[in-house]
Design a protein around this ligand. Sequence first.
Ligand code: HEM
Length: 187
Amino acid sequence: MGILMDHKKTIIAGFVLLAIILGVAVGKGGALPDHYDFARYFHVLAGIVWIGLLYYFNFVQVPSLGGVTPETKADIFKEGSIVRRALFWFRMGAHATLLFGIILFASLGKAITVDIMIGASFAIIMWFNVTFIIWPNQQKVIGIVEADADTKAAAGKKALMASRINTLLSIPMLFLMFSSTHFSIFG
Ligand code: HEM
């Protein structure tokens, strides 16, 4: 199947399937989702990309790179590598999640709950960590920004600590994101 051989075509096929399902639902008298419904959908989709890659880094990549030699690392970190691609989609996922999250937040008006205040605050701290700590330090680690061995080691440690803080925060953050919509734990 040609579609399944190309990940871009696979993703397009997923959206086409969604469009068909929505078309059938509307044809049967259902309401077309409004722009906030779509913002919520793209918010969660982007959140999966972001947090999925955060967990990949923490549970798969970091534990696997422990004993790897500097030469192998240079190869793994070069232009077009798995690490560079993963970091690209990680950052794009974070930015898109924040963008759609802000749109949703603005739509809430007086319906802002304590749950979403805490959940969104955690998520914004996480976005801040990605943009201002993880990425600048990762650029040194993977060689986009020139750095000597000591600076690289220190940068790697800073990026790892911020990444671990994000992993920790992601657990209550996700619960508060959906509790805010479905059942507020603060009543
Ligand atoms: C980056 C900052 C973020 C902000 C400002 C933000 C903001 C929001 C807001 C305002 C809502 C409430 C939507 C509504 O009541 O209609 C929401 C819901 C939600 N968010 Fe976030 N969010 C952020 C990050 C994340 C992340 C990283 C995830 C991880 C997947 C996430 C997952 C969700 C989920 C699952 C919902 C519930 C959707 C539902 O059940 O309808 N959010 N977010």
